[in-house]
Design a protein around this ligand. Structure first.
Ligand code: GDG
Length: 467
């Protein structure tokens, strides 16, 4: 499609998320766009392409936005965010108000009216962009906590379309959500959608309860009556591109790489792995402490086992994230200093984003996978690890507070705040009989195979079309 026509075209399906599905890259010195890696993009791409759709989002750089452009059959419609809005909307309300509040207020949430003004402004800009882009009777699927106000704003502009909203992170219980000075606006904004989706039953129930208390709606089963409209509140646990992880894991180059990793870490040592964004919700600090306990109590020695923690840099301008980084790095230093020997480090800490194949090779090398968030919408890492275990080996230790826990009952479930309990669980994982480990892994693989990210997107779309 010629460039000048993209902006005026009307699309039957529009996806909206804080970020566009592409990121800046350089090919032969020329700035280009490339598809961002990640489950959400790969799940939604086939849908958007098939429906002939557009994706509205931010490029990740503050300032003027580029004109709409096509990339791999998807129309990308950039929404500009200026430097003040970056602070108030993104770093403020999104990352320092809603993120901590929705994650059990593990860190205190901050409430600033000057941030909120930017949140409203940016949401309005997104809604206006969607109102312009969507075809008569089309579908708009809004993603995540950055865009809570969009459904209602968009409905006011376009009464003829179907609007879906999906929250990727937990939706908190009443005691927490009620603290939010803008609780009514957030609820009413979200209720502009026809379908509101959550990762877990708990999230959906919290929303049902709060909507009835604070925004004068009436609930029945999984429906809320909002004026003359009926809103479907549903549970749609997100998943992964199972096929992609499994087939990559079987690739000879990946198998070689994983063998090499095992050699480098010391043959005979069992590998315990953690992979997370460096975020205070992920429980990295307590997990590392628990590994230290395991050594300190003599349950394992550094000759038997090693912890590899991959920590992907995240939100580095925010103070709480800088503090977390320091405390994790201090802990790793303490454990290595106390238990290490020349040439043998108990903990290997990699603060970086690994290329996809290397990540899969890591999963393949790990005997025990530690996924111990204090609070998590779903946690895809747990599901990805399972998908790579095509030989049914490996043990998953999983937090009771991850959204994935209800589906993955066959994992070793733990309380991520309990250092001693965690140390024991790691020990149990390392000493579990291969028969028991295989039985659990086989059961979990069945669950993940049956509900992939494609099934997730299909079921949400089905609800949105028929409701
Ligand atoms: C939010 C919710 C919900 C990690 N390290 C590397 C790497 N990753 C990839 C993983 C995984 C993704 O990042 C992380 O996804 P999570 O689900 O674990 O966590 P959040 O980023 O917090 O995501 C969460 C999710 O949305 C989806 O709804 O599950 O609860 O918080 O895909 O593989 N990828 C590569 N290198 C790395 O080093 N290539």
């Amino acid at each position: 499609m010629p460039k000048e026509n993209i902006a005026d075209h009307r699309w039957p399906m529009v996806i909206m998320a804080n970020s566009l599905p592409v990121r800046r890259a350089k090919t032969k010195g020329q700035a280009t766009w490339e598809m961002s890696p990640g489950g959400l993009v790969s799940a939604l791409k086939p849908f958007v392409e098939k429906a002939g759709g557009a994706w509205i989002g931010w490029t990740g750089t503050a300032g003027r936005a580029p004109d709409p452009f096509m990339h791999e059959s998807i129309a990308n419609i950039p929404v500009p965010i200026n430097a003040a809005e970056l602070k108030g909307f993104y770093q403020g309300v999104c990352n320092r108000t809603l993120w901590p509040l929705y994650h059990d207020a593990i860190r205190p949430a901050e409430y600033h009216r000057h941030w909120w003004i930017h949140y409203v402004e940016v949401n309005r800009r997104f809604a206006e962009a969607a109102a312009k882009a969507v075809a008569p009777g089309g579908l708009v699927w809004v993603h995540d906590y950055h865009l809570h106000l969009v459904p209602r704003m968009l409905r006011e502009l376009r009464g003829d379309i179907r609007i879906g909203f999906f929250l990727h992170i937990p939706f908190p219980p009443e005691e927490l959500f009620q603290r939010l000075p803008w609780r009514r606006q957030i609820l009413e904004g979200t209720l502009g959608a026809d379908v509101v989706g959550f990762q877990t039953k708990a999230g959906a129930q919290n929303f049902m309860r709060l909507a009835q208390h604070h925004s004068g709606t009436r609930g029945r089963g999984s429906r809320l009556q909002v004026g003359d409209r009926s809103v479907h509140v549903g549970v749609f646990p997100i998943s992964i591109d199972y096929e992609r992880y499994e087939s990559t894991a079987r690739h000879p180059a990946v198998i070689n790489h994983s063998d090499q990793l095992r050699k480098n870490l010391g043959l005979g040592r069992r590998i315990v792995l953690g992979v997370d964004r460096l975020d205070y919700t992920k429980g990295i600090d307590v997990r590392v402490k628990a590994f230290g306990e395991l050594l300190s109590k003599g349950m394992q020695t550094i000759h038997d086992t090693v912890l590899v923690q991959v920590a992907v840099p995240s939100r580095e301008r925010i103070e709480e994230y800088q503090e977390l980084r320091s405390s994790v790095e201090e802990l790793v230093g303490q454990i290595n200093g106390r238990f290490g020997e020349v040439g043998i480090a108990p903990v290997h800490y990699l603060r970086r984003n690994l290329p996809f194949e290397e990540l899969v090779a890591m999963y393949r090398a790990a005997d025990v996978m530690l996924v111990t968030p204090f609070c998590d919408g779903m946690n895809l890492v747990a599901k990805e690890y399972i998908a790579t275990r095509f030989d049914n080996t490996g043990v998953l230790i999983l937090s009771e507070f991850a959204g994935a826990a209800p589906e993955l009952r066959n994992s070793v479930l733990v309380n991520p705040h309990d250092v001693d309990g965690l140390a024991e669980a790691i020990h149990r994982g390392l000493t579990m009989s291969s028969k028991n480990a295989k039985r659990s892994m086989r059961a979990m693989r069945r669950v993940i195979r049956r509900n992939t990210v494609h099934d997730w997107a299909r079921s949400f779309m089905k609800a949105l079309r028929k409701d």
